[in-house]
Design a protein around this ligand. Structure first.
Ligand code: AVJ
Length: 340
């Protein structure tokens, strides 16, 4: 007989809230203060990100989409038949439909395996794709592909095309990016493939034309203030989930270009000296956090690449680049690589 269920235990804390509590404690007691960008993507944050992807300044999504539209046929003819598609960080899979639709024209059935940290985004991905694209079966996996091992299913006689698109790789420092691709590669076999979408850097010697720094900065500092709301939502989330008392409007959204590290940095800057309280939780005792005027919380890095850097990153993870597609303005790159 199992023991009776105890009734006086601590309130049930979900695994996600536990991870949020741990990351808030780690990041906000560090010097300088930081919070990891995965914290952006609760239900509200995921919705704000979807809005970002439609902003006039945010060239990334529409440029990558146009590259998929222009080159899907060539991508799949290069790869040949009998593919299954797995996607890291799929979100709501808005752009993936272009690729899935093209592939269903070439093979009778497609198994699509989206992997994402957000279960609500995955539900939406499954619903939209199964409703709008016949002959695709969606098998979602809610997982943090940074911390958890992901399982990619391989139906008999198929090769896997892994998608890592949307410049999601840009959130990671070079060593971590290599590790993500190396772990993905370990789930694949020679002959499988990866389609990597990465944002290109500004003012690149090896690319003419290349985007200007103002074009890049505008993508992270839109006129409508959606990116600012997305950034501040990280604090609102700590209020909602941890009972913290941040006043998000007392932090300014800042986006800057760090040339040395080839990355956009996103920060929240305290507009005045202030103290914020986070009650005790499963991750540890209560915290009183002091913010000096102008002190920042570093919330995100978004690395930008050269074609050479993309090829080197792929090579380090045992992928051989076969084709790189870029738009006429060299804003964004989609690279097809073979697992070797
Ligand atoms: C989802 C990481 C690709 O870096 O452009 C957009 C996130 N942050 N605006 C990016 C983001 C602010 C985005 N990625």
């Amino acid at each position: 007989m199992p023991p009776p269920v105890a009734t006086l235990e601590a309130p049930q804390v979900s695994a996600t809230t536990q991870a949020v509590a741990g990351e808030a404690r780690r990041g906000l007691t560090s010097t300088p203060k930081s919070l990891s960008p995965w914290l952006f993507y609760d239900e509200i944050g995921s919705r704000l990100f979807e809005q970002i992807t439609t902003l006039p300044e945010y060239y990334l999504t529409r440029t990558e989409r146009s590259l998929f539209t222009a080159h899907a046929a060539e991508i799949f003819s290069t790869l040949g038949p009998n593919l299954t598609i797995a996607e890291l960080g799929a979100g709501t899979a808005a752009k993936t439909g272009i690729l899935l639709r093209a592939l269903t024209g070439l093979q009778p059935h497609v198994l699509y395996q989206p992997i994402d940290i957000s279960p609500t985004a995955l539900d939406e991905a499954r619903e939209t794709i199964e409703r709008t694209i016949p002959n695709v079966t969606v098998r979602p996996q809610a997982a943090n592909y940074i911390t958890d091992t992901v399982r990619i299913e391989r139906p008999p006689h198929t090769r896997i095309l892994a998608l890592y698109i949307g410049s999601s790789i840009g959130n990671f420092a070079p060593a971590e990016a290599r590790q993500i691709l190396t772990r993905l590669r370990s789930e694949l076999a020679p002959g499988d493939a990866l389609l990597l979408g990465a944002d290109l850097g500004p003012c690149l010697a090896e690319l003419t034309p290349s985007k200007s720094i103002p074009t890049l900065l505008a993508a992270y500092n839109d006129k409508a203030g959606i990116t600012a709301a997305f950034n501040r939502n990280i604090l609102a989330r700590l209020n909602r989930e941890l009972g913290a008392n941040f006043r998000p409007e007392q932090f300014a959204h800042r986006a800057l270009w760090n040339h040395t590290h080839s990355r956009i940095e996103i920060h929240l800057q305290s507009l005045l000296p202030q103290t914020v309280h986070i009650p005790a939780n499963a991750a540890g005792p209560a915290l009183n956090l002091h913010f000096a005027q102008s002190e920042t919380i570093h919330t995100e890095n978004s690395y930008k690449f050269t074609p050479t850097a993309i090829a080197a990153l792929l090579g380090d993870a045992n992928f051989a680049p076969t084709r790189t597609f870029t738009d006429p303005q060299n804003l964004f790159a989609v690279t097809l690589a073979r697992a070797i």
